[in-house]
Design a binder for this molecule. Structure first.
Ligand code: BF8
Ligand code: SF4
Length: 627
């Protein structure tokens, strides 16, 4: 394959060439071998929900089945498949949130809570009395309450109250306000069981409930309680891309999602005995770097370099310089075990939920976190001597500023607020900039990598197209990796901005692409949008904002997309979800939902055209607001 065509990232190109030389198959090679991909699957027209199947609906000709053996139509089959993917995505994010809540529940001791202010704030929101209690007791009560959000018998999710009133009322009217996280996911699985719900609108309605229980439930719990436990991110500089690996050091790549593991590894790697041991093995030190969302989490809180995105995980091992790749859950390619076998790299799985044949499994347990982390780091250190073959770390890295949590953004806005004697702690300066038109709007660019789109270049092209139109970009997940690698999170990136945005960035001393964290941290975007909408006295759907996932691939991204739409946001997808087999479902998601929820999906592969559509949407919203 000509890698010039499939990625715009220099480190990726160089390491892909090394992989070819060494006869290592990567995600792109397997994607090529998979062609042509199944048309039924691609259109969402294959059903395996019962053992009378598999059934498929033939659309391309008049011949062939037009309904499943049970009589399920294309609308039913397509919407059921879509809803199940959303439920799986919501489950992944929410189970991550539950694990963080459990970690907080078991955290004891004075130093176990890093952000007491946030802990008290959540306690207040949730009606937990704080008087006369120490932080660790409050933490336990907050954790208990968070855990009960997954299975409580009555009542709605507590964080829904953070949404603008109009939005909450709309959710109530439509019957989509989620009640308990696990229950919403279970209900999707139940209602899409063979012979249950056959009405595509009703199936999507239940999928919306499951999606909302991700964004305003599991993900928000994950973000907020991670901040309580490990600290709320603040702006800092980090380096990014595979050039952050160091030839002379023991290189440890931490990959996956939950900060509980990565925080412990970061601490363990500072242990003086282990550092001494590393030196005895001939290494200069221990270099921990992060990949995918774990990369975002530890970069934001510790300034650990962001080694790479989803499509770079195999290539990290191909450098020959990685002593251990330590993984927990989600977005871990099973191929890593095969690639690792060709080098000296130890692939170490740590979660009972994600074992990989061929990997070493060392189970992580938050309560014995540091001890286990030290054991894992020692495995890496002792592996340094086993390096073999050519070691090649591309000299490609960039620098950017990351860590723009909601709280950090408010603090930045306060800088200008105070200077003009306005009340601090509000989004007023941001609203002023939007109202005056200096800033036209804001867009979240989020999501993964997907071989159906050129790697990184869709994220980067879209971001640049928006910046020049004076549209601020916020980003998370692998979108964030793309942007920092392309230099868009440096203050230098003002050169890509229109005059208005450049001025705003100058005044606030921020880069034009703001890093908000991992994919669960899209909940930070919901909080920010709610604050802006509340301040303006409107709903989220009235704001001149949009979201885009130009290279998405995961079920989690599908859940995010749907909760964003259900929160009133226009969401542009660069890769079509598997719904095109049903015109009704496609029209419902890309057109009709707008009149119901104020948000809708748009499918647009070309990032330049996506930017144009987003700009039109933003200008329309401005007009409707009269600004
Ligand atoms: O949750 S952006 S490839 S790493 S799914 Fe995965 Fe997609 Fe990356 Fe994080 Ni999000
Ligand atoms: Fe076929 Fe219906 Fe069974 Fe699906 S549920 S596999 S369409 S018979």
């Amino acid at each position: 394959i000509n890698c010039e065509l499939f990625t715009c990232d220099a480190a990726t190109k160089k390491l892909y060439d090394k992989a070819k030389k060494e006869r290592i198959d990567t995600v792109w090679d397997r994607a090529l071998a998979m062609q042509p991909q199944c048309g039924f699957g691609e259109m969402g027209l294959c059903c395996t929900n019962c053992s009378m199947g598999p059934c498929r609906i033939v659309k391309v000709s008049d011949d062939g089945p037009k309904a499943g053996i049970c009589g399920a139509t294309e609308d039913t089959i397509v919407s059921r498949n879509f809803a199940r993917a959303v439920a799986a995505g919501s489950a992944a994010h929410s189970d991550h949130g539950r694990d963080i809540a459990l970690a907080l529940y078991h955290a004891t001791g004075k130093s176990s809570v890093k952000d007491e202010e946030k802990l008290f704030k959540i306690a207040g929101e949730w009606g937990i009395k704080v008087e006369g209690k120490d932080a660790s007791r409050i933490a336990r009560e907050v954790a208990e309450k968070a855990l009960s959000e997954f299975g409580k018998i009555f009542g709605k999710l507590l964080f829904l109250k953070r949404a603008p009133h109009k939005r909450q009322n709309l959710w109530d009217e439509l019957g989509v306000a989620p009640e308990a996280i696990d229950r919403e996911i279970v209900e999707v699985l139940h209602s899409t069981h063979m012979g249950c719900d056959a009405d595509y609108r009703n199936i999507i309605r239940q999928a919306i409930r499951a999606a909302l229980s991700d964004g305003w439930g599991g993900s928000m719990i994950g973000t907020e309680l991670s901040d309580v436990l490990f600290g709320t991110p603040a702006p800092r500089k980090v380096e990014a891309n595979l050039g952050v690996l160091k030839k002379e050091c023991v290189n440890i790549v931490v990959h996956g999602h939950e900060p509980t593991l990565s925080e412990a590894i970061v601490m363990a790697a500072k242990d003086s005995e282990l550092l001494e041991l590393a030196k005895k093995q001939g290494a200069e030190g221990i270099n921990v770097v992060g990949m995918c969302c774990t990369g975002n989490e530890i970069a934001m809180r510790h300034g650990i370099p962001m080694a790479g995105d989803f499509f770079q995980q195999e290539l990290a091992i191909v450098t020959g310089a990685v002593e251990a790749m330590i993984v927990d859950v989600q977005c871990i390619m099973p191929s890593l075990a095969t690639v690792a076998k060709c080098y000296h790299t130890k692939l170490i799985t740590t979660s009972p939920k994600a074992k990989v044949p061929g990997a070493i499994h060392i189970e992580f347990d938050e309560q014995k976190g540091l001890d286990i982390a030290k054991r894992i780091v020692k495995e890496a250190v002792m592996n340094f001597k086993n390096r073999k073959g050519e070691i090649y770390i591309p000299d490609v890295k960039s620098e950017g500023e990351i860590g723009y949590s909601f709280e950090a953004i408010i603090k930045i806005l306060d800088r200008v607020t105070n200077s003009f004697a306005h009340p601090s702690g509000t989004v007023k300066p941001l609203v002023d900039a939007i109202k005056s038109g200096v800033l036209r709007g804001a867009v979240a660019i989020v999501g993964c990598n997907n071989h159906k789109q050129p790697h990184n270049s869709c994220h980067v092209t879209l971001a640049k197209e928006l910046l020049r139109r004076d549209i601020l970009v916020v980003t998370t997940g692998c979108g964030a990796h793309s942007c920092i690698k392309a230099g868009l999170m440096s203050k230098d990136a003002r050169k890509y901005c229109g005059k208005g945005l450049a001025t705003v960035c100058e005044l606030l001393d921020i880069p034009p692409v703001l890093h908000l964290g991992s994919c669960v941290d899209i909940s930070r975007i919901l909080v920010l949008l709610s604050e802006v909408a509340n301040y303006m006295g409107v709903d989220i759907s009235d704001l001149p904002v949009a979201a885009a996932a130009p290279e998405w691939m995961s079920e989690k991204a599908q859940s995010i997309g749907l909760y964003a739409v259900a929160s009133g946001i226009y969401v542009v997808l660069g890769v079509s979800p598997a719904v095109t087999g049903s015109e009704n479902v496609t029209n419902y998601l890309t057109k009709d939902l707008e009149s119901v929820l104020g948000g809708r999906f748009e499918i647009e592969k070309d990032p330049v055209k996506a930017a144009e559509k987003i700009a039109v949407h933003i200008e329309n919203k401005r007009k409707q607001l009269g600004i």
